[in-house]
Design a protein around this ligand. Structure first.
Ligand code: PAF
Length: 283
């Protein structure tokens, strides 16, 4: 496996691959790789001739007081993980080569970026959309693979690709979970043992919500109340939001109707650690 640090060298490599007729599949990551990332890389392996994995802790998607400084970083371990999962190229740029002095251009997917996670983390998706656009321009992929765990990220990036005519296929891989249902996340490493013991309540509560919907409940308010009650009854988590929304527009859905793709999503804090999870339901 090859590691490239400089954007212009990655661009040159990508251009050569494209000229040789190779299909490039991209997996953007911020490192601290886990089983969820390995699933993305394995999927990319089936979608392209060359799998490029990017590793960059993107400062522009972290707000003030968030965990940019303490985000787990272990490049040696990540290199092994990328190569074990089937990556061909690891692109790991320095912050100064992605955002050199004088940098001032941003991509903002306006409405979608302000909902849910965007309301709780202003500027987050502007940072994500900007860095992903840069990574697309640097690695020149035919397709890019993301996880369903970051459901809103996928919705925002799909919109961005359409709006800017980027011509890159966005592929989504189901959330990979620990045996007890907790969605794999680099941030799980922050949890204390007792928080780790409580955290699976997030997925359990989503499943309770799903069960209600499948049993015929059509009031989003009732579903939100059930999910919220489950979390508060069984953990010390502080809930940021529980939402029932139309899965593509992220419009709130007061009433669920047949045929509508529904995203039930939530964010909650265990101490200083903020976790998200979601479940996608088609009625
Ligand atoms: O999902 C992530 O890890 C990040 O948001 C991404 C897409 C790599 C952009 O920094």
């Amino acid at each position: 496996m090859k590691t490239i640090h400089e954007p212009h060298l990655m661009q040159r490599e990508a251009d050569e691959l494209r000229s040789a007729g190779k299909r490039i599949a991209l997996v953007p990551t911020m490192g601290a790789l886990h089983g969820g990332h390995a699933a993305l890389i394995r999927e990319a392996r089936t979608r392209g001739d060359v799998v490029v994995v990017t590793l960059f802790v993107n400062p522009t998607q972290f707000g003030e007081g968030e965990d940019f400084g303490r985000y787990p970083r272990d490049i040696d371990r990540d290199v092994l993980r990328v190569s074990d999962a089937g990556g061909d190229i690891l692109f790991a740029p320095e912050t100064t080569s992605m955002y050199p002095p004088g940098y001032q251009t941003f991509v903002d997917v306006e409405t979608l970026s302000r909902r849910l996670e965007g309301a709780a983390r202003p500027g987050h998706f502007r940072g994500v959309s900007t860095v992903v656009t840069k990574l697309f321009n640097i690695a020149r992929p035919h397709c890019a693979v993301f996880g369903q765990k970051d459901a809103q990220q996928v919705v925002v990036l799909r919109r961005m690709v359409r709006d800017l005519d980027l011509g890159i296929e966005i592929i989504v891989v189901p959330t990979v979970r620990e045996q007890d249902g907790l969605a794999m996340s680099s941030r799980n490493a922050y949890l204390t043992p007792s928080q780790r013991g409580e955290a699976p309540v997030l997925y359990r509560s989503l499943r309770k919500g799903e069960d209600m919907i499948r049993a015929g409940e059509r009031s989003a308010e009732a579903v939100v109340a059930r999910v919220t009650a489950e979390i508060t009854a069984h953990s010390s988590a502080v809930i940021d939001y529980v939402s029932v929304a139309e899965a593509e527009s992220l419009d709130p859905l007061p009433t669920l109707s047949p045929g509508t793709p529904v995203l039930v999503s939530l964010a909650a804090r265990f101490g200083a650690t903020r976790l998200i999870d979601n479940i996608h339901i088609r009625l």
